[in-house]
Design a protein around this ligand. Sequence first.
Ligand SMILES: Cc1ncc(COP(=O)(O)O)c(C=O)c1O
Length: 410
Amino acid sequence: MTTATAFDVRAIRADFPILDTQVYGKPLVYLDNAATTQKPRSVLQALTDYYTGSNANVHRGVHYLSGKATDLFEAARARIATFIGAADPKEIIFTRNATEGINLVAQSWGRANVKAGDEVLISGMEHHSNIVPWQMLCAEKGATLRVVPILDSGELDMDAFARLLTSRTRMVAISALSNALGTVNPIETITRAAHAAGAVVLIDGAQAAYHMPVNVAALDCDFFVMTGHKLYGPTGIGVLHGKAALLDAMPPWQGGGDMISSVTFEGSTWNVLPYKFEAGTPDISGAIGLGVAVDYITAIGMDRIQAYEHELLAYGTAALLDVPGVRLIGTASRKASILSFVMEGVHPHDLGTIVDREGVAIRTGHHCAQPVMDRFGIPATARASLAMYNTREDIDALVGALHTAKKVFG
Ligand SMILES: Cc1ncc(COP(=O)(O)O)c(C=O)c1O
């Protein structure tokens, strides 16, 4: 296990058993972290331990195991609250993923607060999960979706943002970090301006949460979503953080067990936060696993992870630009370790396939951000996304594989 005293990438790699995998007889080079990250042994062990020693339903039984499962589940909530600087664990709603968190806000807060003539402001670099729920809400309510355009660098056009933010704007929903471009958005400035205009702010932190420190209290955003599987945690678990006053005022989204305080056939009353928004049996092991993932990150230190990844990004950027015909899509001055690129004469899909044969896993396609591809006039990009366990050798392997692809396509 790594300690807080040194950023030792070899020791970190040893914590991730999957990194020893051989692919077509070559060592795996995993560069698809923006899609999902790999899991450290402590998270895997926590899942096994839960099912072998603590499995029971939560908040239901008086028996020993139910109490134990509930304690583990709620302790995970508290640790996640601390991790993102939430004022209170009751502001942490467990969801399936980031997508569900955004849908919850759009359906619950949105239906109650957005009406005909209102506007929802998003950006041109949003993941589909931060576009479609707002489109659906606007269609239902007769509201208008406005989009902040992207500059050629991959940065948001902040002059356009200032123009598009008006007294009609009810919600500003923006990603802290673009999965398709790597751009780090100025969410502090955006949040301040949105509040001054009377709008509510949702930050999509699906990418940001595993690349940089997050403090929702300091940021003062109203809602923040993240997704466990990108945060070195299990799939099937996500987090919606909301300010308690807003969550309290919102109607429940899904009905069922746990979210009620009483039920009769005449009507039901709602449970307190956070349970009002957690209908049905939650992903108990997922939440516990995510709590352990957060412990793992905290022990290493998010600041150090960020600094290390930044070095890798600089190395990777220079290395890719050295490959003839490679063009980076997304050259913002503030970027996290995501490298989207195209290569002259080779379709990204073919590139991905050839590179895979060399053991290198990258993502190719539109990355669930089709409007970004349209903006840059390309059908797709190849994307290498780096996490704390990646090394310069991984980038060298990618570059070698790109040269191989170049030869294949002449
Ligand atoms: C910026 C961003 N937002 C939202 C999501 C959606 O995450 P999930 O599919 O886990 O809900 C992703 C996933 O790639 C993402 O990159």
